[in-house]
Design a protein around this ligand. Structure first.
Ligand SMILES: *Cc1c(COP(=O)(O)O)cnc(C)c1O
Length: 416
């Protein structure tokens, strides 16, 4: 198999043979597939196999792979040069599009990855409040910067390494960890650290311990307790942004955070992410952030085109359709697997947890039987369905998944 040969070759140079750990397929007990190309809902490996893809590059490809308009715009932009390190109109256009979609984004900075966006937003929150401590939730992932690699879900979670080696305690001692969906755990931290907490950062729908939905009132509670304590609320919408709704989870749940981060979809498949929010917080001021390729003309082109298409398709019911597709898959999984699974789904995000008990936080998520997930994953792969190679990642449904794709997926599940 060409994939196996390439894997051996890559392992000679790249630790684990990959540039992002989950790609190594460790937790499903097989070698990764090396991808040759992808189009629409389908992904093709170097051995010529075709799969219906529910990884979608971990979120960015909400329009499906290789969307003609996005690719065409990028090709055209390339002819004008790849990067100038100087301002362009593209940056202004993208920032305007983002604010049109997400009104809380009054001031915006473009960066290259979700990791950078979150790191910068937290720096802004600390600079603005003059406080050092931050609150995050067990199982939420906010990129791989030092201070946030604490109980960080998915990649870290799968390897059963609670934290990363190489992160000094001094970098994480100001990161306080609360339990997702547990308001008391947040109140307790605020009581114990009065006047010291700069911000609470949360994935409004957690999608890095598998998909875990916020319980009724949880996000509203976070909005209130941060306001009462003069701390900021940061929504990490790197996954949920432009996915749950054009305005992200903040539109979907009607909660307005002070700062937000976006990534994945907003770059349309190229490296681009965003942080921003209230204009009285975001002059950035003495808080430093920079980037050689930040807001480069190619990534901004892909972002502009993607958001433009999403806004057009929204008028044609895109988000309702995505919700129906997600629900169809979730309902079917519940029917096929019965009590042996717990399925969480919202919009085009879903997870099938191999546990019979409700999954509402980190502890209930990690109670899942990862061996059973691996069996399911491998069985589905045999049948031409490419799922996330980890129990603790979301299944992403895109606009390109057709009724036939969904039917094929459901048929494959039924054989399990
Ligand atoms: C993917 C992700 C990040 C990190 O983004 P990168 O572009 O991989 O650095 C941050 N937060 C959330 C919620 C994510 O899903």
């Amino acid at each position: 198999m060409k994939s196996d040969t390439l894997y051996e070759r890559s392992r000679e140079l790249m630790p684990g043979g990959v540039n992002s750990p989950v790609r190594a397929f460790k937790s499903v007990g097989r070698n990764p597939l090396f991808i040759d190309h992808a189009k629409g809902s389908k992904i093709y490996d170097v051995d010529g196999n075709e799969y219906i893809d529910y990884v979608c590059s971990w979120g960015p490809m909400i329009l499906g792979h290789g969307d003609d308009r996005v690719v065409g715009a990028v090709q055209k932009a390339c002819e004008n040069g790849l990067s100038f390190g100087a301002p362009t109109e593209k940056e202004a256009i993208l920032a305007e599009r983002i604010r049109q979609c997400v009104p809380s984004m009054e001031r915006i900075r473009l960066v290259n990855s979700g990791t950078e966006a979150v790191m910068s937003a937290i720096r802004v929150a600390r600079g603005y409040t003059g406080r050092d401590k931050i609150v995050k939730f067990r199982g939420c992932y906010h990129g791989h910067s030092d201070g946030l690699l604490v109980k960080a879900g998915s990649g870290v979670l799968t390897q059963s390494v609670p934290d990363s080696a190489g992160v000094p305690f001094d970098y994480t001692k100001n990161t306080l960890v609360a339990e997702y969906n547990d308001s008391d755990s947040v109140s307790k931290l605020f009581e114990e650290n009065k006047g010291e907490i700069a911000c609470v950062i949360v994935e409004p729908v957690a999608a890095n311990m598998g998909v875990v939905l916020p319980e009724e009132g949880f996000l509203k509670f976070l909005r209130e307790i941060t306001r009462d304590n003069k701390a900021l609320l940061i929504f990490d919408e790197v996954i949920t942004g432009f996915r749950l709704a054009l305005g992200g989870a903040q539109e979907y749940y009607g909660i307005v955070p002070d700062l937000s981060t976006f990534g994945k979809i907003v770059g349309g498949g190229l490296p681009l992410a965003v942080y921003g929010g209230r204009k009285d917080i975001m002059p950035v001021g003495t808080v430093y952030q920079a980037g050689t390729l930040s807001g480069n003309p190619i990534a901004t082109t892909a972002g502009i085109e993607t958001l433009t298409i999403l806004a057009e398709e929204k008028e044609r019911g895109l988000y309702e359709t995505l919700e129906e597709k997600g629900k169809l898959l979730a309902d079917h999984a519940r029917k096929v697997f019965g009590d042996s699974v717990w399925v969480n789904q919202t919009g085009s995000l879903l997870s099938i947890f191999f546990t019979s008990k409700p999954v509402h936080d980190y502890a209930s998520a990690v109670a899942s039987d990862t061996k059973k997930y691996a069996e399911y994953f491998n069985a589905m792969l045999e049948r031409g369905i490419y799922l996330a190679p980890s129990q603790f990642e979301a299944m992403f449904v895109s606009a390109a998944h057709s009724d036939d794709d969904l039917k094929a997926t459901i048929d494959a599940m039924s054989l399990s």
